[in-house]
Design a protein around this ligand. Structure first.
Ligand code: FAD
Length: 373
């Protein structure tokens, strides 16, 4: 049987694309290697810029809505930014991803769980996908939404020259008297070229760290962070994962009748590690291209162009800030710490209330005023 679209992976990118396409009447098959609900190493912070893409009732899976961000540098110096409204919504990915997959199913998408894809093959006039369980499926288009280690990208030779960091998620059991469940904490100095974080949830706290430097022992930084927060004895689980590090670089995300979405396409904010928004947005752009255009060339060209136009400028700006920040971490921290307006503008940009492009302009004018005075 031939499908209109086969989607590999049922994370936020895959399930959202499946929903849009099935709702538009396309015959959609999603192949997911895991059985849902499954744990996904992720802090589960969804910034407000993703809200327009979540235009259905998902509040039932929201665990916390923090309004305060506290930044530390090597455990001691700190500053805080507070908002009146929540800037980030906290979810556990097992529940969030299951909700998105159910929504896609209700719209008519067929989802086969426990079906890891082995490779993608180009056929005359179509494209096919082979699973490790020995089945083969054919479609007009394939969407690679299979995460940072994407098989689809590898099969189509689209993973060459890509860069990755390492991230580790650590889930912590908390009891009533534990910590402040309404604030996000980030430490900028404990892991070289990386950060440690603590995100509040209902029955637990998601902590973790990421680094974009090769060969760093990320666990040293996490252990110091957990000890400072008094959480080292309450660990439920630790899980590492690759994190795309080339979000700000222009790269090809399409080949023949295939397109890469979300982490598979390296679409992650290099400053914050935020990828859920980019997964949702790229799924919308890919589905729109398939729905609006008629030929594979037109579809893939529109998708690639939409990514460059709608996502790349912000990812590129985040990448410029990241390069500066990792070169001069202590100096940047101090500058933001002593200037509350700059601190707020940066946090607003990280959450999507403001753009990184505007923040860079404010930062540049702040530096030039300081130089003159
Ligand atoms: C430790 C950590 C913390 C993070 N914290 C945040 C955060 O707080 N906020 C945020 O926005 N982002 C965060 N991210 C990034 C975020 O997790 C990803 O950007 C996001 O999950 C990308 O969604 P996706 O749908 O593209 O891929 P994924 O969520 O990775 O989904 C891919 C799916 O494909 C399936 N799959 C993989 N291979 C195959 C195969 N061969 N065949 C079939 N199926 C396959 C997987 O099982 C999975 O279900 C974090 C990442 C890490 C590692």
């Amino acid at each position: 049987m031939k499908y209109d679209v086969i989607i590999v992976g049922a994370g936020p990118a895959g399930s959202s694309a499946a929903y849009y396409l099935a709702a538009a009447g396309r015959k959609v098959l999603v192949l997911e290697k895991e059985t849902f609900p499954r744990y996904k190493a992720c802090a589960g912070g969804i910034s407000i810029k993703a809200l327009p893409l979540l235009d259905f009732d998902w509040q039932g899976v929201v665990e916390a809505k923090p309004r305060t961000l506290v930044f530390f540098y090597r455990s001691n110096q700190s500053f805080k930014v507070e908002w009146k409204e929540p800037m980030v919504y906290m979810v556990m990915r097992d529940r969030f991803d299951s909700l998105l997959a159910d929504r896609a199913k209700k719209a008519g998408a067929e989802i086969k769980f426990g079906n890891p894809v082995e490779g993608v093959f180009i056929d005359p006039g179509s494209i096919s996908v082979k699973t490790k369980t020995g089945f083969s499926y054919r479609a007009s288009y394939v969407l690679g939404a299979d995460g940072a280690n994407s098989r689809v990208a590898r099969s189509l030779n689209l993973l060459k020259n890509r860069r990755f960091g390492t991230a580790v998620a650590v889930e912590i059991q908390h009891d009533r008297g534990f910590g402040n469940h309404q604030e996000i904490r980030v430490d900028c100095g404990l892991v070289p070229k990386g950060i440690c974080w603590q995100f509040p949830k209902t029955g637990q706290t998601s902590t973790g760290a990421c680094t974009f430097r090769q060969g760093v022992n990320i666990y040293d930084g996490i252990d110091r962070f957990l000890t400072r927060e008094g959480m080292e004895k309450k660990i439920i689980l630790r899980k590492g994962h690759r994190l795309p590090a080339d979000g700000g670089e222009r790269k090809r995300l399409t080949a023949y009748r295939a397109m890469l979405l979300g982490d598979a396409g390296g679409l992650v904010d290099p400053l914050t590690g935020e990828g859920i928004y980019y997964a949702l947005k790229s799924s919308f752009l890919a589905a729109r291209a398939i729905i609006e255009k008629n030929t594979p060339d037109q579809v893939t060209a529109l998708y690639q162009e939409s990514i460059f136009r709608e996502l790349f400028p912000e990812l590129h700006a985040a990448s410029r800030l990241t390069a500066l920040y990792y070169r001069l971490t202590g100096v940047c921290f101090k500058l933001v710490q002593i200037n509350p307006r700059l601190a707020r503008a940066l946090c607003d940009a990280m959450c999507g209330n403001f753009t990184y492009q505007k923040f860079i302009k404010s930062f540049a004018s702040y530096i030039s005023v300081r130089r003159q005075s």
